[in-house]
Design a protein around this ligand. Structure first.
Ligand SMILES: [Zn+2]
Ligand SMILES: [Zn+2]
Length: 112
C-alpha cells in the first residue's frame, strides 16, 4: 500500500507513487497538476533565475541516477532538500560518480 500525501497544488489526497516534484518549487504535487505544468495550461512569466548575475564560484555538482525510473539528474553538492527522484518521487536515487569518486564520497560523508 502506497502512502497518501496531499498535493501542494490542488490539495487532493493522492498516492505517493503518482506524485511528482513541482516545476515551480512548491514541492510534491499530483500527476494531474504536474501534467498541467508541463503542458503549459497556465503559462506564467518565467522566474527570474536566468537573469541573475552568473555565480563566479560554481558549485560542485553530483550526478544522480534513479534506480526506479533510470532518470538522471544533477544537484549541487550542498543540496539540502529531500533526497527523492524529481521524476518519480521515490527515494531510490544513487550517486552516479565521476572519476574523482573517492574525493566526492569523502565530501558527501562530511556533509551528511
Ligand atoms: Zn494536484
Ligand atoms: Zn525516479
Amino acid at each position: 500500500m502506497a502512502a497518501q500525501l496531499t498535493c501542494n497544488s490542488c490539495k487532493n489526497r493522492v498516492s505517493l507513487d503518482t506524485m511528482r516534484y513541482s516545476k515551480d518549487g512548491s514541492g510534491l504535487i499530483c500527476e494531474n497538476c504536474w501534467n498541467k505544468q508541463h503542458h503549459g495550461v497556465n503559462l506564467k512569466i518565467k522566474p527570474q533565475t536566468f537573469t541573475k548575475p552568473v555565480d563566479t564560484t560554481p558549485k560542485k555538482k553530483v550526478q544522480y541516477t534513479c534506480r526506479s525510473c533510470s532518470f538522471r539528474f544533477s544537484r549541487s553538492l550542498d543540496f539540502r532538500g529531500p533526497k527523492l527522484c524529481p521524476n518519480c518521487g521515490k527515494d531510490t536515487i544513487m550517486y552516479n560518480l565521476p572519476n574523482d569518486a573517492d574525493e566526492l564520497l569523502r565530501e558527501l560523508d562530511r556533509l551528511d
